[in-house]
Design a protein around this ligand. Structure first.
Ligand code: URA
Ligand code: SF4
Length: 201
């Protein structure tokens, strides 16, 4: 499984976005409503990478517009980051879920799906060339830092991505949404985002 043959290796973001809906690089396109492309300025200095679109993102076709997105918005404000100036995307572009009655319950993408979708993320990194990548949660970490990386151990520190970009890992905003210790975990998430800001200065 790989998205390789659907990802254009020339052209810019417009071409990349135009090709994304055709991708059949893994089976996730079959049940999802749509592929959700990244968004933000093509010349953004900071790129934030999440997991997969959720139920809201799949319906609306935009990244981070559901509960995790609202939390991310608040955390970005606290950290002094302007959402309109960063490029936001996901490691996997189609929503993975299980049906429970009428509800669609998010499921974590498999290692095979993360690998299959990786060429899209690689091309986004080539086009945007961010100076700094914020890796949010275990799925994005698996995609960008390898399967041995542990977010809980190495969050909030300067890292180097295999492509040479500086990075900072943190938890996924949906983990903060679900946290039993919300205030603490929200604060830690904001702290990690502040590290990202400092690394850019
Ligand atoms: N979670 C993600 O990782 N990405 C989104 O776009 C929404 C929720
Ligand atoms: Fe292609 Fe990624 Fe969607 Fe799989 S999840 S079909 S690889 S865009």
């Amino acid at each position: 499984m790989t998205a390789e043959e659907w990802v254009p290796h020339d052209g810019g973001m417009r071409k990349l976005r135009a090709r994304l809906p055709d991708c059949r690089g893994c089976e996730l396109w079959e049940d999802a409503e749509r592929a959700v492309a990244g968004e933000g300025p093509v010349r953004a200095e900071m790129m934030l990478v999440g997991e997969t679109p959720g139920d809201h993102e799949d319906k609306e076709g935009q990244v981070f517009v559901g509960p995790a997105g609202h939390l991310l918005d608040k955390a970005l404000v606290e950290a002094g980051i302007d959402r309109t100036k960063v490029y936001l995307t996901n490691a996997v572009k189609h929503f993975r879920f299980e049906r429970e009655g009428k509800r669609r319950i998010h499921k974590t993408p498999t290692a095979g799906q993360i690998t299959a979708c990786h060429p899209w993320l690689t091309r986004e990194l080539e086009i945007v060339k961010p100076s700094l990548v914020v890796v949010m949660g275990a799925v994005a970490a698996k995609a960008l830092l390898g399967s041995k990386f542990r977010v809980t151990q190495d969050r909030g520190k300067r890292l180097e991505l295999p492509g040479g970009q500086a990075g900072v890992a943190t938890v996924h905003p949906s983990a903060v949404v679900r946290s039993q210790e919300f205030r603490r975990d929200f604060g830690l998430f904001v702290d990690d985002l502040r590290v990202a800001v400092e690394l850019l200065d």
